[in-house]
Design a protein around this ligand. Structure first.
Ligand code: PEP
Ligand code: MN
Length: 337
């Protein structure tokens, strides 16, 4: 950390802050210039509260030298983390394809989607039983009944399950039915939930918050790792911008940037990122070309009748075409499904 003092201020102000740093076990190294003093701080700066230091009399700027996260950083762990679910090695050369309806609606709906997806070789079935809806009068999901339908359907087709937990109170129940716990965009900064995910022995699919920065996404993942669970799959699902023609703005650069910053796998969710069926195929291709470790796409046997996100869901037949068209792209970047 570097602390820049204001110009023309007494040395005593720099001495005061240095005493504070020493009391916290850090080593301040002052550089006394003609106009101002600059203090270089040696030691673990992540534990320091920047705003506390900034509040000292005479401080102009406090600048971090290292990233605020550690466990998720590629510097701490240069090898990619590989998470195995139902025979798919997520984060390796193998790409992961997760697909299924936005919400679990009925046994028949899930069976129809899963049977076709399983036939295509899809190993991970999605479906929301607890739905985070913007309005309280929209379909909220089938809850526990939805979890049961999801798990029974997946078992019949030898698929693994990914589903969302919305609340700390439901976490243990959701864990009984799922192989991957989804942390939705709206909960990315639910810190109590993130801490609880640390003690769970299941991989977490952590979606980027609607207005979260990449650093905030990595810090959310850091919570889970810091509390004991190293199996986190990041997910770019688009962010809120001024653009109205797509549901969100698909921030594709997140994918290669995360690869520079972290060892965790990253997948994309083009369904929520674009909200438009016609954009799913081109954006999934782009994501695979950019280095994504896979995708999660909403597939419904009858999208027009879907109880949530009807406009962005595709039929199993449309999905099959998209999936087949991805294979040459994957091969071109030395990946496979
Ligand atoms: C979902 O995947 O069902 C979902 C609600 O996504 P997000 O949290 O990204 O909005
Ligand atoms: Mn959805």
């Amino acid at each position: 950390m570097i602390i820049v003092m204001k110009a023309g201020r007494p040395q005593s102000e720099a001495v005061k802050i240095m005493t504070e740093l020493e009391a916290r076990g850090l080593k301040p190294v002052p550089l006394y210039g003609v106009e101002r003093t600059v203090i270089a701080v040696i030691g673990e700066e992540r534990d320091l509260d920047m705003s506390h230091l900034q509040s000292f009399e005479g401080v102009d700027k406090v600048m971090r030298v290292v990233k605020p996260y550690k466990l998720v950083s590629i510097e701490t762990h240069p090898e990619p983390t590989i998470i195995e679910v139902n025979g798919v090695k997520i984060g390796s050369q193998q790409l992961v394809a997760m697909a299924g309806p936005c919400s679990v609606e009925s046994e028949q709906q899930m069976e129809c989607a899963a049977a076709k997806l399983a036939e295509m070789g899809i190993k991970i079935l999605r479906g929301g039983a607890y739905k985070p809806r913007t309005g309280p009068y929209s379909f909220q999901g089938l809850g526990k009944e939805g979890l049961q339908i999801l798990k029974e359907t997946a078992d019949r087709h030898k698929m693994a399950v990914v589903t969302e937990a919305l609340d700390v109170r439901d976490l243990d129940e959701v864990c009984k039915y799922t192989d991957i716990i989804q942390m939705g965009a709206r909960n990315m900064q639910n810190f109590e939930l993130l801490k609880e995910l640390g003690r769970i022995k299941k991989p977490v699919l952590l979606k980027r918050g609607l207005s979260a920065t990449i650093e905030e996404l990595l810090l959310a993942a850091e919570y889970i790792l810091a509390h004991g669970n190293n199996e986190v799959i990041l997910c770019e699902r688009g962010i809120r911008t001024f653009e109205k023609d797509t549901r969100n703005t698909f921030a594709l650069a997140t994918v290669p940037l995360i690869k520079e910053l972290s060892h965790l796998p990253i997948i994309v969710d083009p369904s929520h990122a674009t909200g438009k069926r016609s954009l799913l195929a081109p954006m999934t291709k782009a994501a695979i070309a950019a280095g994504a470790d896979g995708f999660i796409i909403e597939v419904h046997p009858n999208p027009e009748e879907a109880l949530s996100d009807a406009e962005q869901q595709i039929t199993p037949e449309e999905f099959e075409k998209l999936y087949e068209n991805l294979k040459p792209i994957a091969e071109a970047v030395n990946r496979h499904f």
